[in-house]
Write a protein of this length. Structure first.
Length: 107
């Protein structure tokens, strides 16, 4: 295959990913208030999933929230990680580093 065709194909993939991210319910405009619009997320599976994982847990248990959870995601898809770490911060009042460490425990 021609290097030019490969380059155009890669550029098209990048453009598609950026477009999808920009129009995603969990997009955070870095030039704005830099927080998720929770109203747009209310009916998503992500919120429902956190409602199943999170109730009746203490802050001291936050490190174990994802111990028995596995996700299959593509390298470029950061949506699940982005939402889950943000949700942990909101639910438990923890910092982003602790939330990231907790999420990294998933398999």
């Amino acid at each position: 295959m021609s290097p030019a065709v490969i380059a155009v194909g890669k550029a098209a993939i990048v453009r598609s990913i950026l477009f999808a991210e920009r129009h995603s319910h969990i997009f955070v405009d870095q030039s704005g208030n830099k927080s998720l619009n929770l109203e747009r997320l209310h009916s998503t599976w992500l919120v429902k999933f956190m409602q199943v994982l999170g109730p009746d847990r203490k802050v001291s248990d936050v490190a174990r929230v994802f111990e028995d959870v596995s996700f299959i995601v593509f390298n470029y898809d950061r949506c699940v990680e982005h939402f889950m770490t943000y949700a942990l911060q909101l639910l438990y009042g923890i910092g982003s580093q602790e939330a990231s460490r907790s999420f990294s425990k998933q398999k």
